[in-house]
Design a protein around this ligand. Structure first.
Ligand code: SF4
Length: 414
C-alpha cells in the first residue's frame, strides 16, 4: 500500500475534519428570501453561501443545508452556519430521539430574531394524519417555533400508498392554520419513481432525495428531476457524497488506485474529493440545496468553502468521478429496492439494511443504524438469514454482494 493510501482517504478526511419562533407571526416568504438579514453578520455577500429558488414555491434557500444530528451542546455549529449564510436547517423528529430538534430550539431561544431568516425543515415518518399532528406539535414545541417552513413525510418509498387524499387534506389544513408553509417528503429509495409520481400530484411543494454523482447521470433520475422542475417542486439533494459501505472496503482490501489518484488530483486543484462531489451536484441548477451532515466546525467550513468556491469542475474531473463511481459501484446501494426485494424469496428490506450498514460503518453512527434496524419488525428480521439473495445479486445494477453484506450488517446490529 502506498503512503498516500495509508495517509489519506475519504474516511480519514471525515475523521480528521474533525426560537424566535416563540409566538412569531408567520412571515411572508419574501422576508425569508432576504434571509441574510440584519441579525446575521455584516459579512460581505461573497462570504455568504448563495441562495437558489426552491422550485416555484417562492422561497429562496441557501444552497447548503445544515443536516445531520447535532446536540444541544453544538450551539457554535448553528451559530457559525447562520453567520456564513447556511440558513436552511434540516432535522427530523427522530434525529437523536428529539435531541436535534431540542438543539435547534435552544438556538432559537437565544437568538429569537434569527428564526425568520432560517428555512426550517423537519420530518415525521408517518402518513397517519392524527400522528402527523401530534408529531408536528411536538416538533414545534421542541424547536421553540410556531411554524415550520417545510414539513416532510420521512422515508416515503411508495408515493401512491403513502401520500393519500387524507395526507393532502392534512397538509392543506395545517398550512391554513399557519403551522407549516410548505409540504413534501423525503425519499431514500425508489427515488426516481417517487419524483415522477409526485410531479403528477399537483400538491407537493418539495422533495428531499438521495442524489449524487452516481445517480445524477442516470436517465431515469434525469427524467424524474425534469418532471419535478416542470411541476415547480423544490428539490434538496441528500447523500450527495454517496458514501459506500466499509464492508465493500473489506471485500476489496482497500480503495482503488484510481480513487486515490482522483483524490490527489482534486487536492492539487485546491479542493478535496468530498468538495468536488458537492460541486458536481450544484452544477445542476435545479437542485436548490444540498443537505449535508455537518457535525463539527471543520466539516461545516469545508462545505461552506466548497459552496463559495467559484472554480468549475473540468470535463476530466467529471470523468474521474464517473470512473470512481464505476469502480466502487458494488459498495454503493442506489436505493432501487423494487429490483432486489422483488427478486428475493422472503420479505427482507434490503436497501434499508444496506443503509443501516452505511450509517454504522461509513458514518460511524451506530445509533442511527440501530434506530433504523430496530424499526424492522421481528418477523421480518427473522427472514434476513434465511432468505436466498442469489437472484437479487444477479439483478442488482450495482453488483452488490447482497447476501454477504446483509448478513454482516445483521451480525453487527442484532
Ligand atoms: S441492493 Fe442493488 S438492487 Fe437493491 S436497492 Fe441496492 S443497488 Fe438497488
Amino acid at each position: 500500500m502506498s503512503d498516500i493510501k495509508k495517509n489519506f482517504s475519504r474516511r480519514d478526511f471525515i475523521k480528521r475534519a474533525g426560537a424566535a419562533g416563540v409566538g412569531a407571526a408567520l412571515l411572508p416568504l419574501s422576508v425569508l428570501n432576504n434571509a441574510h438579514g440584519s441579525s446575521t453578520t455584516n459579512a460581505p455577500e461573497q462570504m455568504m453561501v448563495p441562495k437558489r429558488p426552491f422550485g416555484k414555491t417562492g422561497a429562496n434557500v441557501s444552497i447548503l443545508s445544515l443536516g445531520g444530528v447535532l446536540k444541544p451542546s453544538d450551539q457554535l455549529v448553528f451559530r457559525q452556519a447562520y453567520k456564513t449564510g447556511v440558513t436552511y436547517w434540516d432535522t427530523a423528529d427522530s434525529y437523536g430521539w428529539g435531541k436535534n430538534e431540542k438543539a435547534i430550539g435552544k438556538y432559537f431561544a437565544k437568538y429569537p430574531d434569527d428564526r425568520k431568516n432560517v428555512f426550517l425543515v423537519t420530518k415525521a415518518a408517518t402518513s397517519n394524519p392524527e400522528k402527523l399532528t401530534e408529531k408536528l406539535n411536538t416538533s414545534l414545541q421542541r424547536m421553540n417555533t410556531s411554524y415550520i417552513d417545510m414539513y416532510f413525510i420521512h422515508y416515503v418509498s411508495n408515493v401512491k400508498k403513502e401520500l393519500t387524499a387524507a395526507v393532502k387534506n392534512w397538509a392543506e389544513k395545517t398550512k391554513a392554520q399557519g403551522k407549516i408553509r410548505l409540504f413534501g417528503f423525503s425519499a431514500h429509495k425508489n427515488m426516481e419513481d417517487g419524483l415522477l409520481a409526485a410531479a403528477k400530484l399537483g400538491w407537493i411543494d418539495g422533495i428531499m432525495m438521495s442524489y449524487n454523482y452516481r445517480l445524477m447521470v442516470q436517465d431515469k433520475m434525469k427524467r424524474a428531476v425534469e418532471a419535478c422542475v416542470e411541476a415547480g417542486i423544490g428539490l434538496t439533494a441528500m447523500k450527495t457524497q454517496a458514501t459506500f459501505s466499509a464492508n465493500f472496503y473489506a471485500s476489496i482490501g482497500s480503495e482503488t488506485d484510481d480513487a486515490l489518484k482522483m483524490t490527489e488530483n482534486f487536492l492539487k486543484k485546491g479542493y478535496t474529493e468530498e468538495q468536488a462531489k458537492l460541486k458536481v451536484v450544484w452544477e445542476n441548477p435545479h437542485i436548490a440545496s444540498i443537505c449535508s451532515a455537518m457535525p463539527n466546525m471543520t466539516i461545516l467550513k469545508a462545505n461552506v468553502d466548497a459552496a463559495l468556491n467559484k472554480k468549475e469542475l473540468s470535463g476530466a474531473d467529471r470523468q474521474r468521478l464517473q470512473r470512481y463511481a464505476q469502480h466502487t459501484a458494488p459498495g454503493y446501494c442506489a436505493g432501487c429496492s423494487q429490483i432486489c426485494e422483488s427478486a428475493t424469496d422472503l420479505d427482507v428490506p434490503i436497501s434499508d439494511i444496506l443503509r443501516c450498514s452505511m450509517y454504522h460503518h461509513s458514518y460511524g453512527d451506530r445509533v442511527a443504524a440501530l434506530r433504523l434496524f430496530n424499526e424492522i419488525p421481528a418477523n421480518v428480521k427473522s427472514n434476513i438469514l434465511k432468505a436466498d439473495y442469489s437472484k437479487a445479486e444477479k439483478y442488482c445494477p450495482q453488483k452488490i454482494q447482497i447476501g454477504k453484506v446483509i448478513k454482516k450488517a445483521y451480525d453487527d446490529l442484532i
